[in-house]
Structures are given as C-alpha cells and as structure tokens.
Design a protein around this ligand. Structure first.
Ligand SMILES: Cc1ncc(COP(=O)(O)O)c(C=O)c1O
Length: 354
C-alpha cells in the first residue's frame, strides 16, 4: 500500500475498503436501518457525547453549511486563524447571515478572552471555530474558548469543525459544552471521502426550531425525525456506512486513548525531527496538531520534485496550503499511519538531495 502523508484523503485499510463492496440493501429495510443505527451509536464514543450523531452523504463543508443554516438566525461570530475557518466564515456569508470575522494571525491560536469579549459586544447566537487547522497544523484551545464564552454568554452556541482531528485527538463534546461538532470521513477516521458526521446537542436542536429557512437536505429537525426511525431523509451513502461500521469497530478495538497516544507520538516524532533539521514548525508549542504538522520549507525544496522522489518510494506528502504553498509543506500523521511509517518517511527525507 502506498503511504500517504497528506492530510486527507488518507490511506484506508484493505478490509475497510472491501467492506464497501457488500451488496446494497433497500435503505428503508430493517437490515440497513440496524446498521445505520449501530454505526451512529458507536460514533458517539468518538465525540465523547451522549447526544445524537448524524451521518450525512456529504463532505465536511456540507456540515459547515448545515451548522450555519440551522443554528444561526442572524448573527454569528467566526473565529478565523486559517483557511478552513475562513471557508466557514464565507459559508455563513453565502447563506445570508451577518457574520463577524474575528481574525488572528495564522500562526497564533484563537484567544478565548478575545472571543468572549466579541460575543459580549456583538450578542452573537453562535461562535464557529476550527479545532484543528489543516492549513497550518495548529490546534485551537476549543475547550478554553467554550468555557470563556459560556462564562459571559451562556446561551451562545459553540460550533466546532473537527474535520481533521476527530478520531485522532480527544474532543470531549459534552464535557466542553459544545453544541455541534462536525467532521468528514477522509481524515483521521481513515475512510474514503463522502461521509459527514455531526454530533448535535439538544440545545442546538431547540435553537433550530426557532430558525427560518433551514433548507431541506441539511435540515437538522428533519434529520432528527428520521434518525428516530434509524434512517435519514434522503438515500444514505450506504457503502460508506458499511465501511464506517467496520472502521468504528477497529477504532474502538484499538482503544480511543491508545489511538490518541499513537497520534501524539507520531506528531512528537515529526516535530522533533523538524526542529532538529532546522525546518521549524509553523504552529507554536502548546498548540501543535496531533494529526498534521506544517513545516517551514527552510531548505527551499521544490515540493513537487520532493514528491516525485518520495513517490518512487511509495510515499507522498502535501505542499503548504493557499498562501503557505511552497513556503511550507505538510506531513500528516493520522488514521492508519504508524510511527514506523513516519520513520520511513523521515529516513527518505534525510536521503533526499535536491
Ligand atoms: C479543518 C477542515 N475543515 C473543513 C474542511 C473541508 O472538508 P471537506 O473537504 O470534507 O468538505 C477541511 C478539508 O480539508 C478541513 O481540513
């Protein structure tokens, strides 16, 4: 299997790939409904929540839109310190909401006190924040932001994008007081792309009842009505749900704490190597991602040439994202990747002579 060190889509285990090849079922059959229910209930463990988890035939961006359309009447505060947080802000504007952008430098975490102050001033209904910025390899202090907002405006909803961290880093939805946590299948869950997962609190569903024009496809109240019958409003991504059902068994068999520790160990290995080889890590200490590291391209490597070299060895990493392209490059350490894979990649990088 080629080794993909790109932050999604990532390598998928053979068995999990094969699980998709099961014969189709009528989606309104008891057989399929029991798989749908089982998968969504098992997924609750990943979010550390007793709230429901919806499975959608979409990528993560669809769920960013769902969060905005359902949980924001008018005013939302978008915390932005990276490309995907900025996308969520754009999604809010594109859906006609009054979005206020609270910006931070991309190499700095979101500051909880500034968020709380902005919410106090702006009286926002919800705050959006990205847990793990895939563009920068920075992990935001979501629990601290949630606590600061709750202390000042407890009715404000906390909406969290965990697209590139859920399943690779611990996100405790209930303990942290989060209202919607969303992710997609192709990153730390190590599934093919095309499936969205979102955990939604009771309080968020209550809010949705007051919001007009929630749309149809991502209407959370419609999804909830169907979920109570172990189903979804539209045809689900059945093959992906077969794969999710098996992958959740594999993840839970590894053990969540062991899985998070494996991700942390890979991150530490890459980050130590980066410092030692004088690349430097883009995200500051204390806020570095467990699933992807963004390194300064200090040696001015041509990243496409580097990837040609790596691909001859069955590996591939990612260029920097957007404005960080070529100035940085990214090594993902998520999903099925093991420390031994990381060691192979670092050995290859040591051997690279441009
Ligand atoms: C943090 C983050 N949010 C959102 C997205 C968009 O997700 P998707 O491509 O699944 O729509 C990505 C994709 O890379 C991401 O990394």
């Amino acid at each position: 299997m080629p080794r993909m060190f790109v932050p999604g889509p990532v390598d998928v285990d053979e068995q999990v790939l094969r699980a998709q090849a099961q014969p189709m079922l009528p989606h309104r059959s008891r057989e399929f409904e029991s798989i749908f229910r089982r998968a969504s209930e098992k997924a609750q463990a990943l979010f550390f929540t007793g709230s429901r988890v919806y499975l959608t035939a979409s990528s993560g961006t669809g769920l960013q839109e769902a969060a905005i359309r359902n949980l924001v009447g008018k005013r939302v505060l978008s915390c932005v310190n990276g490309a995907f947080a900025d996308r969520w802000y754009e999604v809010a504007l594109a859906n006609g909401k009054q979005a206020e952008k609270l910006e931070f430098p991309w190499d700095k975490p979101v500051d909880p006190e500034r968020v709380a102050e902005a919410v106090k001033k702006g009286n926002h209904e919800a705050v959006t924040i990205v847990h793990n910025e895939t563009s920068t390899g920075l992990q935001n202090p979501v629990s601290e932001v949630a606590a600061a907002v709750c202390a000042i405006a407890p009715e404000t909803l906390l909406l969290v994008d965990a697209v590139s961290s859920l399943g690779g880093a611990k996100i405790e939805m209930d303990a942290w007081g989060l209202d919607m946590v969303l992710t997609s299948s192709q990153k730390a869950l190590a599934l093919p792309p095309g499936l969205g997962l979102a955990a939604v609190s009771d309080r968020a569903l209550g809010k949705a009842e007051t919001v007009q024009d929630r749309g149809w496809y991502f209407d959370l109240l419609r999804m909830e009505k169907h979920r109570l019958k172990d189903s979804s409003p539209a045809t689900p991504a059945m093959s992906l749900i077969f794969a999710l059902d098996l992958q959740l068994d594999r993840i839970l068999a590894e053990g969540l704490e062991a899985r998070f520790a494996r991700h942390a160990a890979m991150a530490a290995r890459v980050q130590e190597w980066a410092e030692k080889r004088k690349f430097g890590v883009y995200a500051p200490p204390g806020f570095r991602s467990q699933t992807v590291t963004t390194l300064y391209n200090q040696h001015n490597w041509e990243i496409s040439a580097l990837n040609t070299f790596l691909m001859e060895r069955g590996m591939r990493l990612a260029n920097g994202y957007g404005p960080l392209k070529q100035r940085t490059f990214r090594i993902a350490h998520m999903g099925e990747t093991r420390l031994s894979d990381i060691n192979l990649l670092l050995e290859a990088l040591e051997a690279y002579r441009p």
